[in-house]
Design a binder for this molecule. Structure first.
Ligand code: ZN
Length: 131
C-alpha cells in the first residue's frame, strides 16, 4: 500500500507522513509546525486536566518545606543556568510590560482562545461544585 501525502494543519503544505504514525501525524516536520503541534497538545492536556497544577502545587510546597536548601544548592552548582534564566526573565518582564512590541500574532490568538476556554471550564466546575 502506498502512502498518500497529507496536508499540514499548520502551514497547509502537502507532506509525506511517516508510515508508522500515518494516522496520528497532522503536521509536517518543519520546526514551526512541530512547535505549533506540541503547543496545541500541551494546551489540550491542560484543559483536560484542569486541576493538575493546583494539586501538584500543594505537593511541591510540601516537598520544598521538607528540603529548604535544595534549590539554593542547585543554583550554586549551576551558575550557567542561573545566568541564562536571569537574562530570559529580563526578556519576559520586558515583553509583559510591552517594551518589546514584537509578538507572534498566532501565539497571541491561541493563548487568548485557550485561556478563555480554561476560564469557561473553571466557571462550569465552580458552578456545579466540582472543585
Ligand atoms: Zn507544516
Amino acid at each position: 500500500m502506498s502512502r498518500r501525502r497529507k496536508k499540514c494543519r499548520c502551514c497547509g503544505e502537502l507532506f509525506l507522513p511517516c508510515a508508522q504514525t500515518y494516522r496520528q501525524q497532522i503536521t509536517c516536520d518543519k520546526e514551526p509546525c512541530r512547535t505549533w503541534r506540541r503547543r496545541r497538545v500541551q494546551m489540550d492536556w491542560r484543559i483536560k486536566n484542569i486541576g493538575y497544577d493546583e494539586s501538584r502545587g500543594a505537593k511541591l510546597a510540601q516537598w520544598r518545606a521538607a528540603h529548604p536548601q535544595y534549590w539554593r544548592e542547585w543554583r550554586a552548582q549551576h551558575p550557567g543556568y542561573v545566568e541564562r534564566n536571569r537574562q530570559g526573565q529580563k526578556w519576559r518582564d520586558a515583553t509583559k510590560r510591552g517594551v518589546l512590541a514584537k509578538q507572534n500574532e498566532w501565539t497571541r490568538f491561541t493563548d487568548g482562545k485557550y485561556r478563555g476556554m480554561i476560564l469557561a471550564k473553571q466557571n462550569d466546575m465552580a458552578r456545579s461544585g466540582v472543585t
